[in-house]
Design a protein around this ligand. Structure first.
Ligand SMILES: Nc1ncnc2c1ncn2[C@@H]1O[C@H](COP(=O)(O)OP(=O)(O)OP(=O)(O)O)[C@@H](O)[C@H]1O
Ligand SMILES: [Mg+2]
Length: 287
């Protein structure tokens, strides 16, 4: 669907993206994970043609494998949608007016704009507040409207940059549902987030990036198998915790005398995407 080939982007002395290559498959939900400053937003901006790379190219691929063109070409941009990290909405317009405006920008015939706006307002659960100005919207409502705006022109590929940042559990769950609907409808989705749970729940494949490079790309299960490390069995005894790293947590558990008055509790922690993330990117702070 999208081929990122050796992308490099520098800002002065900072190399934001450093020879990054990725192949996105048609119809998948693809997670882009990485610490603050890893280069996720810069990569998405290049993928959608908002900024040009210093080297490499982003190419949109048709279902038959032929190349449609580079992300900077208008005909390619017309097939891609982007929900930016910061909301890009007009505060003095209502939600409906915002969507009609974006439909106009995309060259949608006038007769279709309102119906498309209504359809999207319903999809993101804003139909009842459609005629209120965005200036009075909550964070979650803005994020949902921003997501709707990225879908106005029915893109085949949509790039969502932290769509759930700063939203409450209700809006978050609504956003998950929209991503699921997009998947069912065959839209390819690229999704960035700092929530490992979210990536684990939504994404068919995940890339972990840092310092503008891809460290690993696979399914969540594949990443956990390869980079997650072992399970940890923790036995809490009256004199403290005993931790055992093991591939056979149940066997270790079977060796614990659960009847003993010294054993206060037991716990098995299996590796998850967070274990993978920390093992690949390290534990140091990024500021
Ligand atoms: N317009 C810019 N001018 C200068 N430096 C920039 C610019 N945009 C990004 N950078 C730098 O490039 C690097 C990558 O930034 P980017 O925003 O792509 O990271 P990110 O992975 O999206 O981070 P976050 O998780 O915080 O959103 C950072 O070091 C950032 O400071
Ligand atoms: Mg970012």
């Amino acid at each position: 669907m999208l081929s990122l080939r050796g992308i490099v982007k520098r800002y002065g002395k900072v190399t934001a993206v450093d020879g990054l290559s990725l192949e996105l498959r048609r119809g998948e939900v693809f997670g882009l994970l990485g610490p603050n400053g890893a280069g996720k937003t810069t990569t998405l901006s290049i993928a959608v043609g908002l900024i040009g790379p210093d080297a490499g190219e982003a190419v949109l691929i048709a279902a038959d494998g032929s190349e449609i063109g580079r992300a900077t070409e208008a005909k390619v941009r017309a097939r891609i949608g982007v929900c930016p990290q910061g909301d890009a909405l007009y505060e003095n317009l209502t939600a409906r007016e915002n969507l009609v405006f974006f439909a106009t920008v995309h060259g949608m015939p006038k007769a279709e704009r309102r119906a498309r706006a209504d359809e999207l307002l319903e999809m993101v659960g804003l139909h009842e507040r459609a005629d209120h100005k965005v200036g009075g919207y909550s964070g979650g409502m803005r994020r949902r409207l921003n997501l709707a705006a990225s879908l106005v022109h029915r893109p085949e590929l949509v790039l969502l940059d932290e769509p759930t940042a700063g939203v409450d559990p209700h809006s978050r769950s609504a956003i998950y549902q929209i991503v699921d609907e997009l998947r069912v409808g065959g839209t390819t989705v690229v999704y960035t987030t700092h929530s490992m749970d979210e990536a684990q729940r939504l994404c068919d494949r995940v890339a972990i990036i840092d310092h503008g490079r891809v460290l690993a790309v696979d399914t969540v299960d594949g990443l956990i198998d390869r980079h997650g490390g072992h399970a940890v069995v923790t036995v809490t005894r009256s004199d403290g915790d005993v931790r055992t790293e093991t591939e056979q947590p149940l066997a270790v558990l079977a060796g614990v005398d659960l009847q003993s008055p010294d054993v206060l509790g037991v716990r098995i922690d299996r590796p998850d995407l967070e274990s993978v993330f920390l093992s690949l990117t390290g534990r140091s702070l990024r500021d």
